[in-house]
Design a protein. Structure first.
Length: 75
């Protein structure tokens, strides 16, 4: 028998703005939080290593520069 756990994601507040954006407040169970983080990281990594994906790129301002305390990791 396969073990399947279902995480809980509950919308507590949704505030729509005039400009079309929205603020959303959610509560998640520990399992749902783990799953959201895991799936988000996997998605980012898949996009980052997909050389044929022209729609995804890292904003250069997010990378550490020579003037920063930490070095930029070489890829």
């Amino acid at each position: 028998m396969e073990n399947t756990e279902v995480g809980l994601i509950e919308v507590k507040r949704l505030e729509e703005k005039e400009d079309g954006s929205a603020n959303l407040e959610i509560e998640t169970s520990p399992e749902a939080t783990r799953l959201l983080v895991e799936m988000g990281l996997i998605s980012l990594l898949e996009k980052a290593i997909d050389k044929e994906n022209d729609e995804y790129s890292i904003n250069k301002s997010l990378l550490k520069g020579e003037d920063d305390e930490q070095e930029t990791p070489s890829v």
